[in-house]
Design a protein around this ligand. Structure first.
Ligand code: GLU
Length: 512
């Protein structure tokens, strides 16, 4: 059965070595969208064959990020599935036989060189035009491997337990080509690719062997991965050809880089320019280095997913806001861009603002509640908070902005911007507010229209323009020149708080 007739199966195959960069989440997303659009399955495989890079907590962090984004795998070490184990370190025994098959077919060989011998080689073959010589078709002829040693010597070394690695034998003078779903036909000159290690001295495969064997055994049909893997593709293509046949090889889609202010977007850019680069907060347990995440910065997962989708893909229409379901419907490989996408933090915030505005108070409730309680505002009545969310959400770009935009609904502002009031303050205004408080006190029905009409009638009676009184009232209630309609605020904080805040503000304004 040709690959196009098989059930679509894609995979995200991270090495759990640290935080998940937004480029990594975009890779997950495009795999996911492609799979779901085509009625297929999305697999998460943990590529942890490099035991020296093991990082505590990194695998769990990946699950947490995917769950936050709503990109749950169909199969993974955690979710199970019929093609497990999904952690490469648990598949060690599987790979060796493929390495041996390659050797017996003449496409790979044992190499017994020690670290010192490899170092000597690098010095001996170093030239100005080739400053870092690689173990390749030329150099392998001078090294200690099963191509240069006699079969007896090789057997003796193997029998005596001499450490070895298995390397691919790159063919000479061949063009290795494949059709990438994004870049179309891609070709490599085999002479510039080195004899990559396939099996390490500890018996673990390297990424190159493991990725090919697992993609085959897990019946992967398509794979989106970052463009940084394009240079490894010729090795993978050859391994497919030698082991499983090119007809079975997944169709590759190498995604263009996400660019920052200076080249590939890095976590250093994030720290330098003050924007998150990882999906969620990550603290490296090895050195306690902290990197901020989109989640904790105050992004909604819907907005994060939406903005990532647009970093390298467009719908071909004016529409920019897409839910995950809509993305599944609209996603098409033809519209994935070939060149790098520039990450623009201002645009990212625009997406978030749009999503906050379009979300209901119910959807925003948990996030806002957490933000407020982390700042000491807890014991909040659910309905009241929902009303406040509706009132202020237009003004919040990040979920974290809800604190500044709504704290005064829950507690008296610590300070008020008296400097903004002093220049235009006068006796008449003071009288107005004193009278207004008396009127408010008498109101039987505390509602927005009564609060407002009382204000306006009194202003007319005292021949003051209501417009000149609204800003002082706002600053007295809120602390600054912001917030929704001032009578809405008064209504929500209640009669007592409104009157108290006005009373306590007056002497502050009048203090010289
Ligand atoms: N383990 C590789 C990584 O860490 C996977 C690359 C691929 O998708 O083939 O990104």
């Amino acid at each position: 059965m040709s690959i196009s007739q098989r059930k679509v199966r894609v995979r995200f195959a991270p090495s759990p070595t640290g935080g998940l960069h937004l480029g990594g989440v975009r890779t997950v997303l495009y795999n996911y969208l492609f799979a779901k659009k085509n009625g297929g399955e999305f697999i998460l495989r943990i590529e942890d064959t490099d035991q020296t890079r093991f990082v505590e907590g990194a695998e769990q962090y990946i699950y947490d990020c995917l769950a936050w984004c709503g990109l749950e795998p169909d199969e993974s070490p955690k979710h199970g599935g019929n093609y497990g184990p999904y952690r490469q370190s648990e598949r060690k025994v599987t790979y060796k036989k493929y390495a041996e098959e390659l050797i017996s077919k003449g496409h790979a060989y044992y190499a017994f060189d020690t670290t010192e011998e490899l170092e000597k080689m690098r010095i001996a073959f170093k030239t100005e035009s080739n400053p870092s010589p690689q173990y390749d078709a030329t150099i392998r002829k001078s090294m200690k491997n099963s191509l240069t040693l006699s079969p007896d010597e090789v057997n003796n070394l193997l029998q005596s337990g001499t450490p070895y690695v298995v390397r691919i034998k790159m063919p000479e003078n061949e063009t290795i080509s494949f059709v990438d779903m994004i870049h179309e036909e891609v070709s490599f000159d085999s002479n510039v690719v080195d004899d990559k290690v396939l099996l390490k001295a500890d018996g673990m495969p390297t990424y190159h062997l493991a990725v090919v064997v697992d993609d085959y055994l897990m019946k992967i049909t398509h794979a989106f991965r970052g463009e940084e893997w394009l240079s490894s593709a010729p090795v993978h293509v050859l391994l497919w050809k030698y082991l499983f046949g090119l007809d079975n090889m997944p169709q590759w889609a190498h995604l263009p880089l996400i660019l920052g202010p200076s080249g590939k977007l890095s976590k250093r850019d994030g720290a330098k320019y003050g924007f998150p680069v990882f999906a969620m907060n990550w603290t490296d347990p090895r050195n306690n280095e902290f990197t901020e995440g989109f989640k904790e910065k105050g992004f909604l997962p819907e907005a994060f997913v939406n903005l990532l989708a647009m970093l390298g893909w467009n719908s071909g229409t004016e529409q920019e806001l897409f839910s995950l379901e809509e993305l599944v419907q609209h996603f098409s490989i033809e519209r994935v861009h070939k060149s790098g996408a520039k990450f623009d933090y201002e645009k990212a915030k625009w997406f978030n603002h749009e999503w906050i505005k379009n979300s209901s108070a119910d959807q925003l409730f948990d996030g806002v509640k957490n933000v407020l309680s982390s700042k000491g505002i807890s014991q909040i009545e659910e309905d009241y908070l929902k009303q406040v969310i509706e009132l202020v959400k237009e003004r919040c770009t990040l979920v974290s902005d809800f604190f500044e935009q709504s704290a005064y609904f829950f507690r008296t502002p610590e300070s008020i911007d008296v400097d903004a009031l002093k220049p235009k303050w006068n006796e008449q205004k003071r009288l107005f507010f004193e009278q207004y408080c008396l009127h408010l006190q008498q109101l039987n029905d505390w509602n927005v229209s009564e609060i407002e009409s009382t204000f306006k009638n009194l202003a007319t009676e005292m021949a003051i323009k209501p417009g000149e009184l609204q800003l002082p009232m706002r600053i007295m209630l809120v602390g600054g020149k912001f917030g929704p309609a001032v009578f809405d605020i008064a209504f929500h904080i209640g009669k007592e708080n409104t009157i108290n805040r006005i009373h306590s503000a007056i002497p502050k304004i009048e203090t010289p």
